[in-house]
Structure formats: structure tokens, C-alpha cells
Design a protein around this ligand. Structure first.
Ligand code: 26V
Length: 823
């Protein structure tokens, strides 16, 4: 697709012009960062035209719009992605080449916008990409954190966190939109007034603190369709001019407090993944961006519509987990208190506008706010939740007369807490899980009572990923090969076409080409590892990769214990045949998650011992890639031979890394968990390596008090040895205490949590056998190539384009837009 607006001569001129006006420099004098800025502004220039055209089209067509409400958007770098989606990457690369500028080096100057933790935030980013590509009207609504996900350094094998100052050099793609600012109020008390004129009770919030929410808009460029949606993230600012109630005007303390409130609210992303801590500031963040976003959506609606009853025809709020669930009460508040609607009308509108996605069944991630804290911070919102709860419980009692157990289990307010998931389910018209197995577990275990009472709300939307970033941008060699083999580029927007590659599964030439591309990507990763870790790895070895957040349920510990086992095997049987392996890890641990940090240290310690043992002839290497993030993920997926997806069955809601590996031709070594189940269904069991307990088995053990890891420890010599090596100093320079906690976690019950609650020892043998099968399979070069290619060929289902189309068909019912631009 030729894009005349990136015509080389004009584009070069534009870059030169930008370097001159921004920095008073010539191209030769500019630093790489300055070149990044200059190029980005040149790209933005073109994006803006499409952005305006898209918004004009919205005005004409008045389409239904989805507001994707999320505390996290893990967008990754914008420049390369925008160029890809504007179908200008190649041209711009050439233009810059001619100026002596290397586009890759320029891209590396961009900080990763890391406004998310992991799966949930990256999913939101993939969804925005697909929404724009499919031509739907959508806003991402979130927070413009001053500091995103921390940067991870590994010092002496330990994780050290440093702040992610991502805005330091300025963000060329954002637009500050002061004129759309909204006020958000916290705390104080509610005065009830009777208004004789209207015959209504009024609720007036007094003595509150407030902040001004200022939106920053970032363009979200669709692929090749001139469609540009908006990611709107809110910054907070103190209210200085029209501040303060009259009685405390001049109150210096209050002014300072409001200044601080504004600063702290958006200061930093909570770096927890799957762990709820009940921090007041977190609730402030939630209400802050939710209130601002809902206010903005309503003002926008009212500009061209006069009947709020019809809001559900034009607006849908999708709540990404329970984090934005105050949205339902905030919408009620606006409809009741500001728009003067009655309860029933307001409730009818709200329950047709809000939908909820659940992303985890981990009990420790469920949001339950202490009523005390909640009602103090959000007094009016709390009153509304009380009324929602009161009316809901009447329904429960009607349906289950005399069953007070049901009432207790389902109440929104219970035991001094506000249960956000219950609120989301009661007020939402749709509740979805993120993979088939996950949704089934929700329906029949975690949310059983709700499913029984309102089955029509429940539905599944298996996650997906965008092939634009994770193949076109991350793996250009394979992307070009796919285009050549399929004879079309259409897979870029229709991933089901990948199935056309199946016919090459027995074609030796095609298989060799496929594996040659894999090899070149492994060389690229090997160079990255040498540069960043100083470790030499052999691209001919099997690249066995586990990259994801560090969490016990994801079982990085199982992986590294198995590496320790292999090392023992090689040492004990030096003559044994062993195909060289490189185990690659990447993972951030939440800063306060001690055990996760111990596991990082253990991985690095095992690496130190194994990588420096000359006696094993480099058969085994262990690499921990520092600061795993979107930008290096792209390089890692492209280079992987084996995709480690080894969570305890039932714990990983879906996983999305699994799909990125598959797309890039890496077979899954995994449990029957999350979307792995559907991956195996698509690619065939013979092209994956499945092991371990099933989710039913795990749930059964859990319901009947766990299992006895000691039995395994005492009966399996290899396991015994590996577990003992945690405390015999092998990996800790003789220190027997360094990994004592990990050792104990596997063998002894500990206040409330069972020994080996993630079934690591239970699954160990089965994992080791599956690993053995990987080795055997890899030795058969052509057989392996076939498996790898079939993974790429069968990944069609896992595009986020498919996921989004299902959300549109079943939940959102959006209208498609066609943006017309003259070129
Ligand atoms: C939860 C919490 C709890 C409160 C403190 C901060 C915080 C931050 C994030 C979360 C979200 C945990 C849920 C989550 O990330 N789930 C992941 O969602 C992915 C996308 O659906 C899915 O692929 C992963 O399997 C699932 O773990």
C-alpha cells in the first residue's frame, strides 16, 4: 500500500524542519533522542489528519461507542507501531536510511510506555489496536501515571526496582486537552435538602476535597484504514482558581492538601499483579479516572442527544476487571443527582450501559474495600451502593425464600466490606471470562450463585493478541515469509488466512526456510543477551523460554527446579546424550512479594553455577533477561523454540504470551490451563507438550485439603536431591538459609497455606517427562520444523481482531465506520 503522505522527499524535509525548529540543529548535529522526537513529530503530523477525519466521521455517523475502562494500558512503543499501521514503515525506513539514520536505533530511543503490569494491561492495548483496525468507535480510558511499571535491574542476582521516568523527554504522541478538564470530588459529607420547587430530595456534597482531571489524548491508529481512535489518560491538577468553598477561602492548609492530593493520585502505577492490598490511594485512583471518564462520556453524548434514556443506544462502558467498577455507582450518581432522573430510570440506563470482564479467580486478587474507608472517601457513591445492595437482596430473597446463606454469599455489602465483583455483576448486563475454561470455572465454581440467578449475563470471550505488533513489527522476517507463502498480505487483518500455511507442513524447502528465519531471530536474541547479560548463548541450542510476571501460580519455580535436575543428570551421567538447551527467563516481581523475589534470585544463582561450569561443555545455559517489557518481548517471542506455559491448572485465566509464542512458531509446553486448552485444540495435541494435573484434579485436591508433598519428596530420589539443594548451599555459596523459605513452602504447611499449594512436586515428574519429549522431538529436525510451522499456521483464532468482533457481536453492538480521506 503506497502512502503518498510519507513520500520520501517531503518526509525528509519535515524531519529536517523539526530538528531545526525543535533544537536549532541539523540532522548531523542532532542526538539520537532528538532524532526520535523529530521523526515522531513528522509521523504525528500525518496521524493528526486521519485523527480529525475519524472524529468528523463520528460526528456524521453518530456510531455507538465503547469506552474501555482500564487502570492499565500497556501500550509499548508507539513509533514503530504507528508506522506499521499507517503502512509507511518501509518507506520511512528507506527515507531515514538515505539520511544516514537507522530507524531501529531511533525506535530504541523511545521509552516503553509501561502503564500496566502484565496480561490485563497488554490485553487492553491489543484491544485498542483491533478496535481501530476493525473501524469501531472506541475510547480507552485510563490514568496518565507519572511513573509506570518500575524498571528492573538485577544486582548480585536480586531484583532492584528503579522508577520509570517515561515522560522525562516528553511524549511526542500525546495531546494535552485542558479544555476538556473535569472536576472530581472526594470525601466530605452529604447534606440532604428538600427542593420545594421540584418536589425532590437533593444530595449536596460539602467539605470535600477535589482535583481537576486533565485529559491527555494519544492516537490509536488502525491498520491501513485511516481510522484513529483515542486513548484518553487523565492527569491530575490542583484546582487553584475557582477553588474552595467560600467559608474556607484563604485556607492555606486546604490549598496545600489539594495540591498534594493531585500530585499523589497519578504519581505511580501499583506494581501488583493479582494481589489486592486495600490501599486508599488505589481507590482514589480508581474513582478519579472513572468519574472523569464518565463525566466526559455524558457531556459528549449530550452535545448531540437530548434524551439520556437512550444512552445505551450510543454508549457502552466495558470494565476491565473490577478496578473501574465504581463506574456503575458514578453513572447512577450523575443520572440521579445531576440529571434529576428517578432511581428506576437511572438503574435501567446504567444496567444497559455497563459490562464487566473478569480476569482472575485468584482469591487474593478480589477487590473488597473496607466500608469505613470507602464510605469516607466516596460518601455519595457509597449511599448509592447501599441502595443497589438493598434492592438486589430483595430480589435474592424473592428468588430464594428463607435462604439467608444465599444472601450472605451474594450481598454486595457484607462483613464490613464492599465486594466489587458482586457490584459489577449485579449492575452489569454482561459478565465474561477470558478463556473457555476460565469462564466455565467462573460459572460453576467462583460465581456459581450469580450464574444460577442470572445465567443470561454470562459469556466467554477468549483473549487474543494483535499480529500487527507481535508478528509484523516483532518478526519482520517471518511476516515477509508468510506474505510470500500465502501470496497475500491479507493475514495482517484476517489471521484466519494463516491456515493456508498448513500445506507447507510437509514441504522440506518451506520448513527449512521457516527454521532458518527462526535461527536468524535466535541470533538476534543471542546478540541482545550478550550485550545485556554478557552471556554467550548458542543459537543452535534449544531456546526454551518463560517470560511473564513472576507469580507462584505461574510456577517459574517448577521450571528452575527442573533445570537443577537436568544439571544433576548431566553431572552424574556425563556420557548421556543431551541436546544443548538455553533456558531463558524474564519476569518482574511485585516489589513487596518476597517469595517471588527469592525465585528470581534462585534463577540467577542457578545460572551463575551452571553457566560457569566448564565441565558440562555449554550443554546448559540459564539466562535471566533484565527488565522484561513490551519492547524486548517482541525480540524474545520471535526467537523462542519452546513456550513455557506451566501454571497450576485452573489458576491462569487465559494467558496471552502463550498466543504470541504460537504466532511466532514456538510449540507450547504447558498444562491444560487457560487458553492453552484452546491452543492445543487448534494445533493438535501432537504439536504441543502437555503435562500435569487437570483443573478438575487441582480443584478436587483443594476442596479436600490438598495433598502430601512429603510422600513425593521421600519416594523420588531425584526430586529429593533437587529440593535439598535449596538448603545445602549448592546455589548459595554454602549459605543454607538463603532458600529456606522456598524449601519450606514446598514441604510444610504454613499458617493458612498448604505445603506446595501450587502442586510443583506433584507435577514435577510429568513435567520432566514432557521436557524429555521436547528434546526427542527437537532432535528430529524436520519433525520439529513441522510442529513449529503448524503452530504459526493454526494461530488464526488467537488474534484480538476475532476477540473484538465477538465483543461487538455479543456485548457492545457497535456500528462500523468508514473513514473517508482524500489522498
Ligand atoms: C489485580 C490487582 C489487584 C489489586 C492490586 C493491583 C492489581 C493489579 C492488577 C490486577 C489484575 C490481575 C488480573 C490479571 O492480570 N489477570 C490476567 O489477565 C490476562 C488478560 O485477560 C490473562 O491473560 C491472565 O491469565 C490473567 O492472569
Amino acid at each position: 500500500m503506497y502512502n503518498p503522505r510519507f513520500e520520501k522527499k517531503a518526509f525528509k524535509k519535515e524531519v529536517e524542519h523539526n530538528v531545526k525548529t525543535l533544537y536549532r540543529k541539523t540532522i548531523d548535529e542532532a542526538t539520537p533522542q532528538q532524532l526520535f522526537q523529530a521523526v515522531s513529530y513528522a509521523v504525528k503530523e500525518v496521524i493528526i489528519d486521519d485523527w480529525i477525519a475519524t472524529q468528523d466521521q463520528f460526528k456524521k455517523d453518530d456510531p455507538k461507542t465503547v469506552y474501555y475502562m482500564s487502570m492499565e494500558f500497556l501500550m509499548g512503543r508507539a513509533l514503530g507501531n504507528n508506522l506499521i499501521n499507517m503502512t509507511a514503515y518501509r518507506e520511512v525506513k528507506e527515507a531515514l536510511d538515505e539520511m544516514g539514520i537507522d530507524l531501529n536505533a531511533i525506535e530504541d530511543q523511545e521509552p516503553d510506555p509501561a502503564l500496566g503490569n502484565g496480561g490485563l494491561g497488554r490485553l487492553a492495548a491489543c484491544f485498542l489496536d483491533s478496535l481501530a483496525t476493525l473501524g469501531y468507535a472506541a475510547y480507552g480510558c485510563g490514568i496518565r501515571y507519572r511513573y509506570g511499571m518500575f524498571k528492573q535491574k538485577i544486582e548480585n542476582g536480586y531484583q532492584v526496582e528503579t522508577p520509570d521516568d517515561w515522560l522525562k523527554e516528553g511524549n511526542p504522541f500525546e495531546l494535552r486537552r485542558e479544555e476538556y478538564a473535569k472536576e472530581v470530588r472526594f470525601g466530605g459529607n452529604i447534606r440532604v435538602e428538600y427542593d420545594d420547587a421540584t418536589n425532590r430530595t437533593k444530595f449536596v456534597q460539602e467539605n470535600y476535597e477535589s482535583v481537576l482531571a486533565i485529559p491527555y489524548d494519544m492516537p490509536v491508529v488502525g491498520y491501513g484504514n485511516h481510522h484513529v481512535n483515542t486513548l484518553r489518560i487523565w492527569d491530575a491538577q490542583a484546582i487553584t482558581n475557582f477553588q474552595l468553598d467560600s467559608f474556607d477561602r484563604g485556607d492555606y492548609h486546604k490549598a496545600v492538601e489539594q495540591e498534594n492530593l493531585a500530585k499523589t493520585i497519578v504519581e505511580v502505577l501499583y506494581p501488583n499483579d493479582n494481589h489486592y492490598a486495600g490501599k486508599e490511594l488505589r481507590l482514589k485512583q480508581q474513582y478519579f479516572f472513572v468519574s472523569a471518564s464518565i463525566q466526559a462520556a455524558i457531556s459528549k453524548y449530550k452535545k448531540s442527544h437530548d434524551d439520556l434514556h437512550k444512552l445505551p443506544e450510543k454508549v457502552v462502558f466495558q470494565m476491565n476487571d473490577t478496578h473501574p467498577t465504581v463506574a456503575v455507582a458514578e453513572l447512577m450518581r450523575i443520572l440521579l443527582d445531576e440529571e434529576g432522573l428517578g432511581w428506576n430510570e437511572a438503574w435501567d440506563i446504567t444496567t444497559h450501559c455497563c459490562a464487566y470482564t473478569n480476569h482472575t479467580i485468584m482469591a487474593e486478587a478480589l477487590e473488597k474495600w473496607p466500608i469505613d474507608l470507602f464510605s469516607k472517601l466516596l460518601p455519595r457513591v457509597y449511599q448509592i451502593i447501599q441502595e443497589i445492595d438493598r434492592r438486589f437482596l430483595i430480589q435474592v430473597r424473592e428468588m430464594y425464600p428463607g435462604n439467608e446463606e444465599k444472601v450472605r454469599k451474594m450481598a454486595i455489602l457484607y462483613n464490613g466490606q464492599v465486594r466489587m465483583a458482586h457490584l459489577a455483576i449485579v449492575a452489569g448486563f454482561s459478565v465474561n471470562g477470558v478463556a473457555r475454561l476460565h469462564t466455565e470455572i467462573l460459572k460453576h465454581q467462583e460465581l456459581k450463585d450469580f450464574y444460577e440467578m442470572m445465567p443470561e449475563k454470562f459469556n466467554n470471550k477468549t483473549n487474543g493478541i494483535t499480529q500487527r505488533r507481535f508478528l509484523m513489527h516483532g518478526n519482520p522476517l517471518l511476516a515477509d515469509w508468510v506474505t510470500e507463502k500465502l501470496g497475500t498480505k491479507n493475514w495482517i487483518t484476517d489471521l484466519s488466512l494463516m491456515s493456508g500455511l498448513k500445506k507447507y507442513a510437509d514441504d522440506p524447502k518451506a520448513l527449512a526456510e521457516f527454521m532458518d528465519i527462526k535461527y536468524r531471530n535466535k541470533e538476534r536474541l543471542a546478540a541482545y543477551i550478550l550485550k545485556h547479560n554478557g552471556i554467550e548463548v548458542d543459537p543452535r541450542s534449544i531456546f526454551d523460554v518463560q517470560v511473564k510476571r513472576l507469580h507462584e501460580y505461574k510456577r517459574q519455580l517448577l521450571n528452575i527446579l527442573h533445570v537443577m535436575y537436568l544439571y544433576n543428570q548431566i553431572k552424574e551421567h556425563p556420557e548421556m546424550s543431551f541436546y544443548p538447551r538455553t533456558f531463558i527467563f524474564g519476569a518482574k516481581a511485585s516489589a513487596g512479594y518476597i517469595r517471588a523475589k527469592e525465585i528470581i534470585k534462585l534463577i540467577n544463582s542457578v545460572g551463575d553455577v551452571v553457566n560457569n561450569d566448564r565441565s558440562i561443555n555449554g550443554k546448559l545455559k540459564v539466562v535471566f533477561i533484565e527488565d522484561y517489557r513490551v519492547s524486548n518481548a517482541e525480540i524474545i517471542f520471535a526467537a523462542a523454540d519452546v513456550s513455557e506455559q506451566i501454571s497450576t491448572a485452573s489458576k491462569e485465566a487465559s494467558g496471552t504470551g502463550n498466543m504470541k509464542f504460537m504466532l511466532n512458531g514456538a510449540p507450547t509446553l504447558g498444562t491444560m490451563d487457560g487458553a492453552n486448552v484452546e491452543i492445543v485444540e487448534e494445533v493438535g495435541a501432537e504439536n504441543a507438550f502437555i503435562f500435569g494435573l487437570s483443573s478438575e484434579e487441582v480443584i478436587n485436591y483443594e476442596n479436600y485439603g490438598g495433598y502430601h508433598p512429603q510422600d513425593i519428596y521421600h519416594n523420588d530420589q531425584d526430586i529429593h536431591k533437587v529440593v535439598d539443594q535449596l538448603v545445602d548451599g549448592t546455589y548459595s555459596n554454602g549459605d543454607t538459609e538463603m532458600y529456606r523459605d522456598l524449601y519450606n513452602s514446598l514441604l510444610t504447611n504454613q499458617g493458612g497455606s498448604r505445603a506446595d499449594m501450587y502442586f510443583i512436586l506433584k507435577d514435577f515428574r510429568s513435567y520432566a517427562e514432557a521436557q524429555k519429549k521436547v528434546e526427542e522431538a527437537y532432535k528430529d529436525t524436520e519433525g520439529w520444523a513441522k510442529k513449529a510451522l503448524l503452530n504459526t499456521a493454526c494461530c488464526g483464532k488467537f488474534t484480538s481482531d476475532r476477540t473484538i468482533q465477538e465483543y461487538v457481536d455479543d456485548i457492545w453492538h457497535l456500528d462500523k465506520i468508514k473513514v473517508e480521506v482524500e489522498t
